[in-house]
Design a protein around this ligand. Structure first.
Ligand code: HEC
Ligand code: HEC
Length: 380
C-alpha cells in the first residue's frame, strides 16, 4: 500500500487554510442587528446607531404604508412621503393631512434621513424612532388621541400577529417597537451613486456633460452653494445640518410673498392659485418662526435646516413652505440674494449669467439616483 508522502504536511496546511477562512467569515459577517446594506457611491458609511436592523425593515415598511395607523384609517406616512413623488408630495406646497387639513410646512423628502442629526425643518426632534409619534399624534396629520390607542389598535390587527415578536426578540407592540421599526425602514432610503458621484468620486470623466461640470463649478465657487450644501472629500450629503435665515420664512410671515402659489397640473403646466381663495376652503396658515420655536434664541427667528440635495430634481416643490416650484425658481431666488430679512440680507446677490444659472440647474439634476428616478411618476 502506498502512503501519500505529502499527507502529514497536507493535513495541517488544510486545517490552517480552513481556520483562516472561518475566522475571515466570522469577522466579515455583519452582526445580526445590521442589515447587509450596500452604501451607494458618494455616501459616508453608516455609524452603528444609523444602521437599519434587518429583521425590522419589512415590518417598518408595512407600518409606513398602512393607512390604519391614522385614527380614521385614511392616512399613512406614505401618503405624504410618496414613494413615486420623491418621498414628498409633488402636488402640494404644504402637506395635506387629516380630512384635508393643511399643514404649514412642506413634507421633506426622506432620502438619506438615516444621516440627519436633527429632524423636521426646525430640527426639533433628534431621534428618528421618536419622530414617528409626532405625525401619529398630531391632530392635523394622523390624529390618534394617544400612544396607547395606536398600540392597542395594532395589537388588535390580525395581520400583525407575531411580527413584532419576531422582529424584536419577543418584545411585542409598544411605543418603542413601532418607532424603531419605522426608523429601520426609513434608514434604508439611501440615495447616492448619481452621475455626479460617478464623476466626482468614481472618477468617470464622461459621467457629466461639460455644462453640468460648469454647473458644479458655479455650485462650489461663484454661487457659494457648497458652503451650506457641503461636499466632502470622500462623500457628500449636500447639507451641513445647520440652520440659516434665507428670508423665505420672514417674507411669508410679513405677507410680502406673492400670496399666489403655482400648482403643477401636468409636466410643465402650471396654474396660479391666490392664497385668499385657498383660505376660503382651508384654514389660514399659522405663523412659522422656524428654529426660534426650538431654541427661543432671537437670532434663530425664521431660520430653517439646510436640506440635503440628493434627488432634488424629484422632490419639488422647494423650501420649508414649498413656495418655490421649480429648480429654476430656486436658482433665481439665490441669484437675487434671497429675500430681505428684517432689513438684513443674509445671502448676497450672485450676479450669475443666464448660462451659469442654466448650468447650475443642470448640475442639480445630476444629483438624481437612476433607480429613484425610475420610480418617480407623479402623474400616473
Ligand atoms: C399629513 C402629511 C404627513 C404624514 C401623514 C406624515 N408626515 Fe412626515 N412630515 C410631514 C411634514 C409636513 C414634515 C415637516 C414638518 C416640520 O418640519 O414641522 C414631516 C417630517 C418628517 C420627517 C423629518 C425629516 C427631516 O429630514 O427632517 C420624518 C422622518 C417623517 N416626517 C417621517 C414620517 C413618518 C414615519 C410618518 C408616519 C408615521 C409620517 N412622516 C407621516 C408630513 C407628513
Ligand atoms: C447660507 C447657507 C446656504 C447657502 C449659501 C445656500 N443654501 Fe440652499 N438652502 C439653505 C437652507 C437653510 C435651505 C432651506 C430653506 C427653507 O426651508 O426655507 C435651502 C434650500 C435649498 C433648496 C431647496 C431644497 C428642498 O428640498 O426644498 C435648494 C434646491 C437649494 N437650497 C440649492 C442651493 C443652491 C443652488 C445654492 C447656491 C446658489 C444654495 N442653495 C446656497 C441654505 C443655503
Amino acid at each position: 500500500m502506498r502512503i501519500n508522502r505529502h499527507l502529514p504536511l497536507a493535513v495541517p496546511i488544510c486545517i490552517s487554510f480552513f481556520s483562516v477562512l472561518l475566522v475571515g467569515y466570522i469577522f466579515s459577517k455583519p452582526a445580526s442587528s445590521d442589515i447587509e446594506i450596500a452604501i451607494p457611491l458618494g455616501l459616508p458609511p453608516l455609524e452603528a446607531h444609523q444602521r437599519p436592523v434587518k429583521r425590522q425593515v419589512e415590518l417598518g415598511r408595512k407600518l409606513f404604508f398602512d393607512r390604519r395607523l391614522a385614527f380614521n384609517n385614511t392616512n399613512s406616512c406614505a401618503m405624504c412621503h410618496i414613494e413615486t413623488q420623491g418621498l414628498t408630495s409633488n402636488q402640494s406646497a404644504t402637506a395635506i393631512g387629516m380630512e384635508g387639513r393643511s399643514l404649514n410646512r412642506n413634507a421633506p423628502a426622506l432620502y438619506n434621513v438615516a444621516y440627519e442629526k436633527t429632524l423636521f425643518h426646525d430640527g426639533r426632534e433628534t431621534d428618528l424612532a421618536q419622530q414617528a409619534w409626532s405625525p401619529l399624534l398630531s391632530s392635523l396629520e394622523m390624529a390618534n388621541p394617544s400612544i396607547g390607542s395606536v398600540v392597542d389598535r395594532i395589537r388588535g390587527l390580525e395581520d400583525y400577529k407575531g411580527l413584532f415578536e419576531t422582529a424584536f426578540d419577543e418584545r411585542g407592540v409598544s411605543m418603542e417597537t413601532i418607532g424603531a421599526a419605522l426608523a429601520s425602514y426609513q434608514r434604508t432610503l439611501l440615495a447616492g451613486n448619481s452621475r455626479f458621484d460617478q464623476w466626482y468620486y468614481g472618477k468617470k470623466a464622461g459621467a457629466l456633460s461639460d455644462d453640468e461640470k460648469h454647473g458644479f463649478e458655479v455650485f462650489a465657487g461663484k454661487g457659494s452653494c457648497a458652503t451650506c450644501h457641503t461636499i466632502g472629500e470622500k462623500s457628500a450629503l449636500f447639507t451641513d445640518g445647520n440652520f440659516y435665515v434665507t428670508g423665505i420664512g420672514y417674507h411669508t410671515a410679513i405677507g410680502a410673498g406673492s400670496r399666489v402659489s403655482k400648482v403643477q397640473l401636468a409636466p410643465g403646466e402650471f396654474v396660479e392659485i391666490k392664497h385668499e381663495d385657498m383660505e376660503t376652503y382651508s384654514a389660514p396658515r399659522l405663523n412659522d418662526i422656524g428654529r426660534f420655536a426650538v431654541t427661543l434664541d432671537p437670532k434663530d427667528r425664521w431660520s430653517y435646516k439646510t436640506p440635503g440635495l440628493r434627488n432634488v430634481e424629484l422632490t419639488f416643490p422647494y423650501m420649508h413652505d414649498g413656495s418655490l416650484s421649480t429648480l429654476e425658481d430656486v436658482v433665481e431666488f439665490y441669484d437675487k440674494g434671497g429675500y430681505e430679512h428684517d432689513g438684513d440680507r443674509v445671502l448676497q446677490p450672485l450676479g450669475l449669467t443666464a448660462k451659469e444659472k442654466a448650468d447650475l440647474v443642470a448640475f442639480l439634476k445630476s444629483l438624481t439616483t437612476a433607480e429613484d428616478k425610475a420610480k418617480h411618476s407623479p402623474y400616473r
